[in-house]
Design a protein around this ligand. Structure first.
Ligand SMILES: [Zn+2]
Length: 112
């Protein structure tokens, strides 16, 4: 099986097989990257990839997967972002029994 040379930030140049590398293409903006688990340190390494690199990897037999940015990024938002205090209040709210009913305005059996 052909070997592909890649670079790990910790280990430097490493040799990988086709099965070790995956090309990921974002279907939203067309950006691409490749990733692999380093055979030296076992950390996963991800690097952006230009089209020429993607073409070489794909023609070598590396598999490609598509992903897309979360739809939440396209949502329109109004108002200020939630604060740390609001987040902590919510945290304490959901730590108690009947939190969902309380938050949507229903009475709980504890309130009765
Ligand atoms: Zn490494």
């Amino acid at each position: 099986m052909p070997l592909i040379k890649a670079s790990c930030p910790s280990c430097g140049d490493v040799e990988l097989t086709l099965n070790d590398i995956k090309v990921m293409v974002c279907s939203t903006d067309g950006s691409a990257s490749y990733n692999f688990r380093c055979p030296g340190c076992r950390f996963r390494v991800a690097k952006p990839a230009e089209k020429a690199v993607v073409d070489i990897l794909l023609s070598s037999g590396v598999t490609m997967s598509f992903w897309r940015l979360p739809l939440e990024l396209e949502e329109e938002h109004h108002g200020e972002p939630i604060s740390y205090d609001e987040l902590m209040d919510f945290h304490y709210q959901i730590a108690t029994e009947g939190w969902l009913d309380r938050l949507i305005g229903k009475k709980t059996t504890q309130d009765d």
